[in-house]
Design a protein around this ligand. Structure first.
Ligand SMILES: [Mn+2]
Length: 299
């Protein structure tokens, strides 16, 4: 099994007792993959930036009143080496590693890297949980059959997932940039897509119910959450390759994640596409805190 990072480099800066592989239910898996960036680059620096920023996130979560690292243990693996590998080999490597971790009953939180990586981790989880549904937070639907000639583009990741998972088990939130073919694919295949403009227009807001209830209704019991940070509004998340206006804000997003955690069994997650900008720290910290909130809500 891959080596773990120590207190100087691991998620939250956790001492050995609560961050060893054997003692930890939670595995942070840094996957600095960057091959197909279309606009702004830097996603390969995402995992390290999240880990560094996490040293300024508190162990104690004031909302859930827990110190989750002491309850469950959080081990951070050494970043998986994907550099220089062809797409298929890199994805295969990540799939195999995820599969090993799931077999050992770990909860894997993968840090990207480009969104492309999610097809590998989701494939591993989908084999273990046949009813698995996917909650995708993203500005883009990522359903292009291929992009710039590459079917392993970050813009095609969910099209690849729909090749092995029933598209009706995909729920997308915050979408606000796609091509016509993607919109048609969504309708044709029965994907649940909550477009950003529909959320803002109140399409899913019912009496005493917020839009996220619609998300809950379309998820199965076992859920995998894939979080592309460009789902957030660029005002709180400028550090990403393709920022899009009219994004989600912090509180509504974590409210949704909290409800998902309470009412479903979240079995794994990833946070992808952070492309850190030198001298701009808040998006790195926001992402590290997002990971921490997800762990607190999901486990
Ligand atoms: Mn994406």
């Amino acid at each position: 099994m891959a080596t773990t990072l120590d207190i100087s480099k691991n998620f939250l800066a956790i001492e050995d007792e609560y961050s060893s592989f054997d003692n930890s239910k939670i595995i942070i898996l840094p996957a600095p993959y960057e091959m197909t960036v279309s606009y702004g680059g830097g996603a390969k620096n995402g995992p390290t930036a999240i880990l560094e920023a996490s040293h300024y996130v508190e162990f104690y979560d004031e909302e859930t009143q827990r110190e989750i690292h002491k309850e469950l243990g959080i081990a951070t693996l050494e970043p998986v080496t994907l550099d220089g590998l062809p797409d298929t080999e890199a994805l295969e490597k990540l799939y195999t590693l995820t599969k090993e971790l799931i077999t050992k009953n770990k909860f894997v939180a993968t840090l990207g890297g480009e969104h492309t990586i999610s097809q590998a981790t989701i494939a591993a989880y989908a084999e273990k949980y046949p009813d698995l549904s996917i909650l995708q937070i993203d500005a883009h639907s990522d359903l292009r059959m291929e992009y710039q000639g590459n079917k392993f583009s970050h813009a095609s990741v969910m099209a690849r997932v729909c090749e092995f998972l029933d598209p009706r088990k995909l729920v997308q939130v915050g979408i606000r940039a796609q091509c016509k073919e993607e919109a048609e694919f969504i309708k044709e295949k029965g994907i649940t897509t909550l477009y950003a403009h529909e959320i803002r227009d109140g399409k899913y807001t019912k009496v005493l119910k917020t839009w996220d209830e619609h998300v809950l209704e379309h998820l199965s019991d076992h859920v995998y959450v894939t979080f592309d940070v460009d789902g957030f509004d660029p005002s709180i998340m400028p550090s990403t390759g393709t920022p899009e206006p009219n994004g989600l804000f912090w509180w509504e997003t974590i409210q949704m994640l909290k409800k998902v955690g309470r009412r479903k069994t979240v079995v794994g997650c990833d946070v992808v596409e952070l492309a850190p900008v030198e001298g701009v720290h808040h998006p790195d910290l926001t992402t590290a805190k997002l990971v921490m909130k997800m762990l607190n809500y999901f486990l």
